[in-house]
Design a protein around this ligand. Structure first.
Ligand code: GTP
Length: 424
């Protein structure tokens, strides 16, 4: 039997994802029509013998449990939310809930960072881990980045033949390796001994000196993986398929595009060219890939795609054009408006003949790995220059106005055009 843990963090995390995380926890933000962590859950379902998925974080249960109750209807594995009383860190949270993870005697368990997006090859990762025998405590899924990108991630130095990790450095200040951790792991159950030892040392230090980090707070990368490197107990499984992270609001557009592309093979029925001929949206023009929630109402003269996701109860008027964008629940895009490289928040309204546009500056979609840059960039003169436009929830854009490269916080009524601004 196997289990999986998805680390979802809590309300204080995900600040770079604002304003989209102001009204919905980041792990539940819909990408390609599904809450972000539902993609993780679906990847887990494909693993034979995986019997339980534990979501661990410090959100109030009221924010996560409705999602669990909802997905539990569709999926046969057991899904539970375990709430930390405070942020315990990526290793501290695993250690705190070790009895829950061990319960039922699983052979091993996956750990997935809740904010990564990928075509997760969990079966292959587990097979690889097994092939390394009893010595292997952990296998880290890894991918190749550029030298520059690698500095933002956990970097691995490995033996090319055995794939053993000899050196692990989290966000190095100078170049170490272009092989980086994807934040997806498989652990043997004996890992709790290693975490326990690190925990005890830290506790003793804390009580002796009264200094250091909060008691119980431990980071997986720095405090467990880095010391294990070079001991023969940590291995890496390198993948070349798509992988990215959802850190900034802008990176959601990039992840949306890739999950939609993935559906072509895994769930073609979810893509909109099939829905488009249904009763609800009779002849609307689709350029693949597009996801349309069945409750959305799209006017037949609208043109959608590529890389567009339309949420529940959205209304799209006549002559509207949407491209490379995410339109969240209950938004209303009125006649002949144009939405490009943008995210339209829940319950927002874009008036007739308006133009909401971001500048595409995300990485080459054809590269297997690419990191989305932070969308909030400043020019040399200090002026804001975000690369996509984001409307928070309940924003209203006046008809015949232009909103270019701007971020709008929730509940704003815009009465004129804006360019390169954060509208607070
Ligand atoms: P940054 O670039 O600084 O965000 O680093 P990172 O990508 O290594 O992220 P980090 O280690 O902070 O988080 C990895 C994943 O674990 C994310 O999905 C977080 O939401 C989650 N996470 C981070 N801290 C905690 C924690 O204290 N408890 C739990 N349960 N999850 C956490």
């Amino acid at each position: 039997m196997l289990k999986a843990v998805i680390l979802i963090g809590g309300p204080q995390k995900g600040t770079r994802f604002r304003p989209l995380s102001l009204d919905i926890p980041k792990p539940l933000f819909p990408v390609a029509g599904l809450p972000l962590i539902q993609h993780h859950i679906e990847a887990c379902l494909a693993v034979k013998d995986l019997k339980e998925i534990l979501l661990i974080g410090f959100y109030p249960p009221s924010q996560i449990e409705p999602f669990i109750n909802d997905v539990q209807h569709y999926y046969s594995v057991n899904i539970r939310y375990l709430q930390e009383f405070t942020a315990l860190g990526t290793a501290g949270s695993l250690y705190h809930f070790r009895d829950q993870i061990r319960f039922g005697n699983p052979h091993a368990f996956f750990v997935m960072n809740g904010d990564v997006c990928a075509d997760f090859p969990l079966d292959d990762l587990y097979e690889f881990h097994k092939s390394k025998g009893d010595n292997a405590l952990v296998t880290v899924m890894s991918t190749e980045a550029t030298r520059q990108q690698s500095l933002n991630y956990g970097c691995l130095v490995t033996d090319k033949t055995t794939h053993e990790v000899s050196h692990y450095v989290e966000k190095p200040s100078s170049y170490v390796s272009t092989l980086i951790s994807c934040g997806i792991y498989v652990f043997s159950m004996e890992i709790f001994q290693a975490i326990g030892e690190a925990f005890n040392v830290k506790q003793q230090e804390y009580y002796r000196n009264g200094n250091g980090n909060k008691a119980g707070y431990m980071q997986l990368e720095q405090e467990i993986l880095a010391p294990l490197a070079g001991t023969g107990k940590i291995f890496t499984y390198q993948v070349s398929r798509w992988w990215s992270q959802l850190k900034t609001a802008g990176s959601a557009i990039y992840a949306n595009r890739h999950y939609l592309q993935l559906y072509r093979n895994t769930h073609p029925e979810r893509l909109a060219h099939l829905h488009a001929s249904g009763d609800q949206n009779p002849h609307c023009h689709i350029t693949p890939d597009v996801y349309i929630h069945p409750t959305a109402v799209i006017h037949p003269t609208a043109v959608l795609g590529p890389n567009v996701s339309i949420g529940p109860d959205v209304v799209i008027g006549p002559g509207v054009r949407v491209r490379e964008s995410i339109i969240l629940a209950n938004a209303h895009i009125e006649d002949h408006s144009l939405i490009l490289h943008s995210i339209i928040g829940r319950n927002s309204k874009v008036g007739k003949w308006a133009r909401v546009e971001g500048t595409p500056s995300d990485p080459d979609p054809n590269k297997p790995f690419a990191k989305m840059e932070n969308p909030v960039l400043f020019n040399n003169d200090g002026r804001l220059n975000p690369s996509i436009t984001i409307l928070g929830c309940y924003v209203s854009v006046k008809q015949e106005t232009i909103l270019l490269n701007s971020i709008v916080l929730p509940n704003k009524e815009l009465s004129r055009s804006f360019k390169n601004e954060i509208i607070l």
